[in-house]
Design a protein around this ligand. Structure first.
Ligand code: ATR
Length: 298
């Protein structure tokens, strides 16, 4: 590792959240900064919702290059950005702010990018997968929204299934409307919702199954997935965004059936790359050393 030193010229960024103590982003970015020998620092910023705008303006005038934004600020970040990437606009959420030298605040959403990049780095040909069948997303929260947007971009049909059915239906309608505002020439709707007790029945024809719910997180409650996955086609790719534990009950059940699996930690690592590039000016890698470093602090 090169020598690591923070000087008066250091490039600065951070993560704004409330709470922010659980965030792995400071560990990850500072690891990459040290590894690349970049004069920079990335800090946790605990900011209450009513102070968000003041905090962003404060960072901007203090010379910060930008910030990641996490719960509960992703919608406020969308509102404060002067310009927003199309995919973030469709998802209605921003997790990465870049303060440009001309004063413009640029907003993007990198969660969906991180999800797809992780599949690709696991050796999955995402474009080919999209031509094989729809993606079925369990859950209809913020994570499902970002992932679905990136999967649409990759050509997937997206089906949501959520415990609270109305949330899945609303999400499908909202994303469909947002997508059509950008891509009005699109053909038939590519988003739909099915009942929570029906998703197993779709497994014969879906190509990708994603758990975006918190089921199985940190040893918490999870259904017995094995019988549910019994009807899957042998080509099904199964992924989970839960990353503690790294082998979730969902992925374990899928692996035992011989299905291809992809874990959640890589999404977290890949979603950080665009921000790092914009603020610190270097490409990063999600390699074994990075995974081992972050795994040690989970
Ligand atoms: P995030 O923004 O991280 O996606 P979220 O908005 O709180 O988080 O969404 C969590 C998802 O996990 C939701 O889809 C939630 O389902 P509901 O909309 O019905 O609440 C889902 N979820 C959480 N606990 C669940 C459980 N025990 N069974 C099924 N789904 C669950």
């Amino acid at each position: 590792m090169s020598e690591f030193r923070i000087t008066g010229r250091a490039k600065l960024a951070g993560v704004i959240g409330h709470p922010v103590t659980h965030s792995l982003s400071p560990v990850l970015h500072n690891y990459w900064l040290a590894r690349h020998g970049i004069d920079g620092a990335y800090v946790p910023l605990s900011v209450a919702p009513d102070a968000f705008v003041t905090a962003v303006k404060g960072l901007q005038v203090s010379g910060f290059r930008g910030a990641n934004v996490t719960i509960p600020h992703k919608e406020a970040a969308f509102a404060i950005a002067d310009e927003v990437d199309p995919m973030a606009r469709i998802a209605g959420s921003v997790n990465t702010l870049v303060f440009r030298e001309d004063g413009v605040i640029h907003g993007s959403s990198t969660d969906g990018f991180g999800y797809v990049a992780n599949l690709e780095s696991d050796g999955i040909d995402v474009a080919a997968l999209a031509s094989r069948g729809p993606a079925l997303l369990l859950g209809a929260g913020g994570a499902a929204r970002s992932i679905a947007t990136s999967l649409l971009e990759k050509g997937f049909q997206v089906v949501f299934s959520n415990r609270t059915a109305g949330r899945a239906e609303r999400l499908a309608m909202e994303l469909d409307a947002a997508w059509r505002r950008y891509f009005p020439k699109g053909d038939a709707p590519r988003l739909s919702a099915i009942a929570w007790d029906m998703w197993e029945e779709r497994l014969g024809d879906v190509a990708l199954l994603v758990n975006t719910t918190s089921l199985g997180m940190q040893g918490g409650p999870a259904p017995d997935w094995t019988p549910k996955l019994g009807t899957a086609s042998s080509h099904l790719v199964v992924s989970d965004i839960v990353y503690v534990p790294q082998e979730t009950p969902f992925l374990k059940a899928a692996g035992e059936q011989g299905l291809t699996t992809s874990g959640g930690l890589g999404m977290l690592l890949h979603q950080a790359r665009p921000g790092f590039r914009a603020w610190f000016g270097a490409e990063t890698e999600v390699d074994e050393a990075t995974v081992a470093y972050i795994s040690a602090v989970l």
